[in-house]
Design a protein around this ligand. Sequence first.
Ligand code: PMP
Length: 357
Amino acid sequence: MTVRLEDLPLRDDLRGLTPYGAPQAPLPVALNVNENSHPVPEEVADDIIVSISQALRGINRYPDREFTELREGFADYLGHGLSREQIWAANGSNEVLQHLLQAFAGPGRTAFGFAPTYSMYPLLTRGTGAQYVTGTRGVDYTIDAQDAAAQVADARPDVVFLCAPNNPTGTPLRTDVVEAVYDATDGIVIVDEAYQEFAPREERSALTLLPGRERLVVSRTMSKAFAFAGARVGYLAADPAVIDALRLVRLPYHLSALTQAAATAALRHAPTMLQMVDDIVGQRDRISATLSALGYTPYESWTNFVLFDGVDDPAATWQGLYDRGTLIRDVGIPHSLRVTAGTEDESTAFLEALASL
Ligand code: PMP
């Protein structure tokens, strides 16, 4: 007899939930999870391999629990006068966000996000036993500072997520929204800058707002611009007291010696690791322009992907592309699909497959 989930003594608040489930299919063109299509540059890969092999020789010992060198690397990379006491890291920014929720959400508390936004926010929130509360966006998925502040003041959440720029819509979120939301709550404000490196260079990061705001957290990842999704490394910058709170919930030695070695080595080559960002941004803008020419309505994007509207039957279009070897994402928004900007060849393959449907 097969055992069903309902037969197990599962937590009541997890019953009926669906796990994160972006399809992982071995198609030639995979543009569905906003990865960087470009492999790590050869010379950097060589240096990372040397670092990993050195770490392997000491793998009988637990790693540096405080991942000191890696935190220094992130502080240097981020700039803005940050020091390693203000940095935290974990296995992907998903785990960084989980640590934040474990420390600041949990049973009897609430976290708040402006829908549609990153689908893991509600799942991670509920995983800690907290409630997830959903706010609304304006036209074209933008967020207005005053309106956002009013919604947050009304909901009185313990944790607020601001995805800047936003997944799955690509929408920019400017620092005036962060300031207004911060002033409207006593809770923790998380600005998720997973895609920040793809935003226009002259735009300010929420990192500039950290001084004097001890409840503000800016989270980043190596999974996107750094082409390091498989290594699972995310990080954040915040007040050192926030970092102390995260030490209460993390597992001891949560970042393996191999992960620390790989990420520290990759950071030493940050400019080389990031050299494909301009190319990806170029493909993103080309995808948007071509989608418009094909009669679709792409939304403004500051990320490495494009959400486009005007799809009569998203499931059928998704399947048609799948049958032509191209995997994109149906994020459940009516008449819309999301595509990651790939290499020039991948982006061309997607656009040609779409035009042929
Ligand atoms: N935040 C956002 C907005 C994302 O889109 C993603 C990845 N899809 C993440 C966080 C998590 O990425 P990772 O765990 O790979 O760092």
